[in-house]
Design a protein around this ligand. Structure first.
Ligand code: CP
Length: 312
């Protein structure tokens, strides 16, 4: 495997999940694999889990880690080919990606969408630019349209807690005051399409995700109906895709409550706004898996880094 850019780069989801669960028992068993290898983590946006879990994963493999808040500390990058750089940009992605590649063996990027121009966001200019011009493998730490490391961690968490071979898993939209990206919901959906599960997406009308991603998925506009007999409920806000990047409404009737959840396990990628997205009783209850999901971020990153190191 060269780059890890999307869920499609997972060669075998069941094998990778099994391997991650085994790795979790003895995280240091491959600590020589990354000796004298460096991963460079470039953040164009904030992070808690991704930053620390990816660093931890690299350290477990014996790697050196360099981290840069690229968005605030580096030069403003230009992405257009042939552009006359007489405005706000100072360095072209062509040079930046090649230069960074000389300092490390793997480069990992976090770059969110600006949610203003769908075509531009879907072009993934930061991630795709690094993938095109870097001379080392590139890892997606959440891009405009996908968060595959989160989806892999979620798959590990599902496998660890599933009560049956074919669980019912519901992805439910929730209200939020800010316009949020589609990346987590997209990658979770792509990952669920690789699972043997009854998978349902529920959201208010107007919040349909990219139909290319949800193609073949069951969509139910009635949240109560969707949640019936669920084993896992994954709650996430996203802004409108059709009315791109807009918050159409913040209907608190879609907030996840203990009563709606019933006996199902609760999942969320974090960070989460309490009593807007989900009520306290759910997060503080025994059926919340959010801390487990965050722990599994280390092992999803470790599996990905291990696969890349093995192929170097
Ligand atoms: N879930 C997740 O990616 O968390 P951070 O944004 O804190 O990295």
């Amino acid at each position: 495997m060269r780059h890890f850019l999307s869920v499609n780069d997972i060669e075998s989801l069941p094998d990778w999940v099994d391997e991650a669960i085994t790795l979790k028992q003895n995280p240091y068993q491959f600590e020589d694999l990354g000796k004298r290898k460096t991963v460079c983590l470039l953040f164009f946006n904030n992070s808690l889990r991704t930053r620390l879990s990816t660093q931890k994963a690299a350290m477990n493999l014996g790697m050196e880690v360099m981290i840069m808040n690229f968005g605030s500390e580096s030069w403003v990058l230009e992405y257009q080919d042939g552009s006359v750089m007489d405005q706000g940009t100072s360095e072209h992605i062509k040079e930046a990606a090649q230069v960074v590649s000389q300092y490390c063996d793997i480069v990992a990027i976090r770059a969110f969408p600006d949610l203003k121009d769908r075509e531009k966001d879907e072009a993934e200019e930061v991630l795709s630019g690094f993938a095109e011009y870097a001379t080392v493998p590139v890892v997606n730490m959440e891009s405009s349209t996908g968060h595959p490391l989160q989806a892999l961690a979620d798959a590990i968490t599902l496998a660890e807690h599933t009560p049956k071979a074919r669980p019912k898993v519901v992805l439910s939209w929730a209200p939020h005051p800010k316009a949020l990206p589609h990346a987590v919901a997209n990658s979770f959906t792509q990952m669920m399409k690789l699972q043997d599960a009854e998978f349902i997406i529920t959201h208010p009308k107007g919040y349909e995700l990219n139909p290319k991603i949800t193609q073949g998925c069951q969509i139910e506009y009635n949240q109560e109906k969707a949640l019936k007999d669920a084993d896992f409920v994954y709650v996430k806000n996203w802004s409108s895709y059709t009315n791109y990047g807009k918050v159409l409404h913040q209907d608190l009737n879609w907030t996840m409550t203990q009563q709606k959840l019933g006996q199902a396990k609760f999942m969320h990628c974090l960070p989460v706004r309490r009593n807007v997205v989900v009520e306290d009783a759910v997060l503080d209850g025994n059926n919340s898996l959010v801390i487990n999901q965050a722990l599994n971020r280390t092992f999803s990153a470790q599996i990905v880094l291990k696969k890349i190191l093995e192929a170097l």
